[in-house]
Design a protein around this ligand. Structure first.
Ligand code: ASP
Length: 347
């Protein structure tokens, strides 16, 4: 192939470095993200055959330290360079990668260009590592004409940005797609699309620029004191209650959850019910312990959404409005495949 023809078919990709294990080096204090995005690229020279990559270092942190203001920085960097590239790859730590992919799904909506979030369980400079495959697969996926929107690419799987969850702390197959099929698989440099629906994406890309981080999560345990909710009422604009099974609110003596929820709702706080069970989602209308309280306080329900998507969707929504009707409408609107179970919304 002549260099002229080759240059014409090469996709232009912008890679954003944010740190994580993929960029780590060993230090006396443990693994520390030190490699720059430029240095990461040197480990995947073969990708030059299908894409031309520029890189930018947004931050270089362990993703334990990820914050909403960094999500805004990543989204703003993509927005600034959106017209200049065919796709984007964000290198990220695995620990909060699912949150970042979900946050980017809300901050950058209807993108016909792929925005891939990836990372690794082992640093890229080790002899045995998943990092080189994950980075190379991500650049390949970001270079595909059929790819679009925010996704996670990890261990040969492509996951919708709102559906990822880190389910393993050590194995290479750390991420699963929750309550939604995988979008594609990548094997030996070949992409097999299971969902090939880019043509249905008709709306123009839209970037958002604010998040409200005052979202709290309470995971219920048996005999929990409802006083914790009163503390959260003071500090949060939205509270997610992670209940048991398909969903319910306890009614025993150690604290009055009914009263605490009433106070939350009366003071204009958003309350969302979800489940601590990873798969299949909530349905508060099944049991007496859930049905009446949901109805009485008009509580929102996460249904089949992941917790990561619920948290970041609320941060996004509350960054745009504080009107309860608008919050409800935005919460139940499906964005980047985040919620399928909307038929149950009117229960
Ligand atoms: N602690 C690391 C991080 O999330 C873990 C990893 O990247 O795998 O930044």
């Amino acid at each position: 192939m002549s260099s002229l023809v080759k240059d014409r078919v090469l996709k232009r990709i912008l890679m954003l470095g944010t740190g994580g294990t993929i960029a780590c080096k060993s230090s006396e204090d443990g693994l520390k993200p030190l490699l720059t995005s430029e240095e990461l690229l040197r480990y995947v020279p073969d990708t030059k055959e299908f894409c031309k990559v520029d890189s930018l270092q947004v931050i270089n942190i362990d993703s334990t330290n990820m914050q909403p203001r960094y999500w805004l920085m990543i989204a703003e960097t993509i927005e600034k360079h959106y017209e200049d590239y065919d796709g984007f790859v964000v290198c990220h730590g695995t620990d909060t990668m699912a949150y970042t992919a979900a946050a980017l799904s809300y901050l950058v909506q209807n993108s016909r260009k792929p925005i891939v979030v990836t990372g690794a369980q082992k640093p890229i400079d080790l002899e045995i590592t998943d990092a080189r495959t994950n980075l190379s697969d991500s650049l390949r996926f970001a270079s595909s004409d059929k790819a679009y929107g925010v996704t996670i690419v990890f261990d040969g799987k492509v996951i919708a940005g709102t559906r990822g969850k880190k389910e393993k702390t050590k194995s290479y197959n750390a991420f699963s797609s929750i309550n939604f099929p995988y979008i594609a698989a990548i094997l030996d440099g070949h992409i097999i699309f299971y969902l090939d629906d880019k043509e249905q994406m008709k709306e123009p890309v839209r970037f958002y620029h604010s998040l409200n981080s005052k979202v709290g999560l309470l995971k219920l345990i048996p005999a929990m004191d409802s006083g914790v909710l009163d503390y959260m009422a003071e500090h949060c604009d939205a509270v997610i209650l992670e209940s048991f099974g398909v969903g319910g609110i306890p009614t025993y003596d150690s604290g009055d959850f009914h009263k605490s929820i009433e106070d939350l709702v009366r003071t204009g706080k958003t309350v969302v019910m979800t489940t601590q069970v990873t798969n299949e989602g909530s349905n508060m209308s099944v049991y007496e312990v859930g049905k009446s309280i949901k109805k009485e306080f008009d509580l929102l329900e996460a249904y089949d959404m992941t917790l990561e998507a619920v948290v970041t969707k609320l941060m996004w929504i509350l960054g745009q409005t504080s009107d309860p009707e608008e919050i409800r409408e935005m919460f139940y609107k499906t964005i980047n495949r985040d919620m399928l179970f909307t038929c149950a919304v009117h229960d």
